[in-house]
Design a protein around this ligand. Structure first.
Ligand code: ZN
Length: 275
């Protein structure tokens, strides 16, 4: 894979070295048996800033097969990266087009649960919640960005600026969606544990993320054209088999799989909460 070291400024290198906290163990199975498989340049990423190391190191767990970056961002580095807001993250962005795209997701979810309170984690532009509301769900959004949360509230939807792991509304929700969220979390096990706690007894979880274990992913690798190795915001590459085991380990039974029309190599999974 590509590997390029940008700049030779020792101060920048010092800052770069402190930007990530190294994983001591695999974030899914806690094994310390993991090795580096890929180095990738992330310096061309739109959110890249020089305090961030320009090369991402990807590890593979020798015990469970999970693939993850060598470390996750410190709070300081994360604050620098997320100080920039991408256009598509603004509440109301491309509302009409997004409504049609998300209607297909809401319809699939509504085959498993007809109504109730729908919590979207990391709601971004809010399109999923606007659409869920139209289908009769009561929409609630949680996001780490304060201004985005205010914009959602301004649009008439209950919003919380909070980390899902700290959200204290046990059993309130019929649906929790984490669209393109789990691969951004330093410790996704905590994310699924929180979703399990917040859902009601047979609540439904919706997940989406790239599928790092499929023919298209390998095809992109072979052509050195896989955009996800340099995806600065991701700490994990989940393949469907490992994700399914992870769901079972976390108290969820997968009930539906499809590919995503929203992102390259994306997968979308519906899972039901079990005891
Ligand atoms: Zn592992």
């Amino acid at each position: 894979m590509l590997s390029r070291r940008a700049g030779a400024d020792p101060e920048a290198d010092d800052a770069a070295m402190q930007a990530r906290i190294a994983y001591d163990t695999c974030p899914l199975c806690r094994s310390d048996n993991f090795t580096k498989i890929v180095d990738a340049d992330c310096s061309q990423h739109p959110l890249y800033q020089p305090v961030i190391p320009p090369v991402m190191h990807w590890m593979a767990c020798g015990d469970c097969g999970h693939v993850f970056t060598d470390g996750y961002f410190t709070d300081e580095a994360a604050a620098v990266i997320f100080s920039r807001v991408m256009e598509y993250q603004a509440v109301g962005w491309e509302m009409e087009k997004q409504r049609a795209i998300f209607s297909r997701i809401v319809e699939r979810v509504s085959r498993h649960v007809a109504d109730g309170v729908w919590l979207d984690i990391g709601f971004g532009n809010g399109s999923l919640l606007f659409t869920a509301a139209e289908y009769g769900f009561t929409p609630v959004g949680a996001d780490l960005r304060q201004d985005n949360t205010q914009a959602l509230i301004h649009a008439g939807i209950e919003g919380h600026c909070i980390d899902i792991t700290k959200f204290d509304q046990q059993g309130r929700f019929s649906v929790i969606s984490m669209a393109d969220v789990l691969e951004h979390m330093p410790f996704p096990r905590e994310g699924l544990a929180a979703a399990h706690r917040l859902l009601n007894d047979d609540g439904i979880l919706f997940l989406s993320m790239p599928n790092a274990d499929c023919p298209l992913w390998r095809n992109l690798n072979a052509r050195n054209a896989n955009p996800y190795w340099g995806e600065l915001e991701h700490f994990h590459n989940f393949g469907r088999p490992r994700l399914y085991r992870f769901l079972e380990e976390s108290g969820f039974r997968p009930v539906h799989y499809t590919i995503s029309e929203r992102y390259r190599v994306g997968m979308e999974i519906i899972a039901r909460r079990v005891a």
